[in-house]
Design a protein around this ligand. Structure first.
Ligand SMILES: CC(C)(COP(=O)(O)OP(=O)(O)OC[C@H]1O[C@@H](n2cnc3c(N)ncnc32)[C@H](O)[C@@H]1OP(=O)(O)O)[C@@H](O)C(=O)NCCC(=O)NCCS
Length: 209
């Protein structure tokens, strides 16, 4: 069997009624790959519901690569990320409540949740595209072999099919692999933003050809 994971991977778009196990795998991959993100701190239960919401909403989607039934890569996007967190989390709050209750007594978390929901309304974002890459991860043993490129190409096709021509990308300044990736695929850096205090993210635009 080939050692190159990109050779035999299968990329599929998840539907909202996919089994719970699928969204648990997305959450587990997210937790393992994006270790310093705020959402990671909210835990597997929150992320499981979050990916289910993204797969259910009409203007967002989750693409995953599968190898022998196991998810080894994911990329999620939205054509309108400005109000996405409100729609994904607040309007389905009964699903998220059990996973958020333990954080509700902690001011720091409430502040960060509010900042995460509000950040697309920050000044300077008005001129940026509404479409955004929400999350992107390849499992650690399969990086550097072209799987990320395949997922990114599938995301571009999905956006194209939805009529999107420009994509916003916001990623942590310290996420070296992701920044190298976006630079390599030709995304143009247009600025910086602080979603939370003491954290810098880099903002890119990718123009779909
Ligand atoms: C970002 C990520 C998804 C890329 O996936 P990947 O499968 O390793 O990417 P690929 O192998 O398809 O690489 C694509 C290009 O990016 C470049 N690249 C990827 N990782 C790189 C690194 N660490 N340093 C330099 N260049 C890198 C490759 O050289 C490649 O260019 P080429 O095709 O011209 O040779 C993966 O590194 C990852 O999951 N990182 C942790 C999670 C993360 O930071 N997510 C993004 C924020 S939400």
């Amino acid at each position: 069997m080939s050692e190159d994971p990109a050779e035999h991977c299968r990329i599929v778009r998840l539907s909202g009624d996919a089994g719970a196990r699928v969204f648990e795998q997305c959450a587990a991959l997210h937790m393992a790959a994006i270790t310093d993100g705020f959402m990671t701190r909210l835990g597997t239960g929150f992320l499981t519901e979050f990916y289910r919401s993204l797969a259910s909403l009409p203007d967002s989607f989750v693409l995953v690569s599968m190898d022998n039934g196991a998810i080894d890569g994911l990329i999620a996007g939205s054509t309108n990320s400005r109000s996405l967190m409100r729609r994904a989390v607040l309007r389905r709050s009964w699903r998220f409540a059990p996973h958020l209750l333990r954080f509700m007594v902690r001011r720091e978390f409430l502040k960060k949740i509010t900042e995460t929901i509000a950040y697309p309304s920050k000044s300077g974002f008005d001129d940026l595209p509404d479409a955004e890459i929400l999350n992107f991860a390849v499992s650690s043993g399969k990086r550097g072999k072209g799987l990320g490129r395949q997922l990114f190409a599938a995301l571009v096709d999905e956006f194209k099919a939805r009529g999107t021509r420009r994509i916003r990308i916001v990623t942590g300044a310290l996420q070296d692999e992701a920044n190298a990736f976006y630079h390599r695929v030709g995304a143009g850096r247009v600025g910086d933003v602080s979603v939370h205090a003491n954290s810098k993210s880099l903002v890119y635009i990718y123009e779909i050809q």
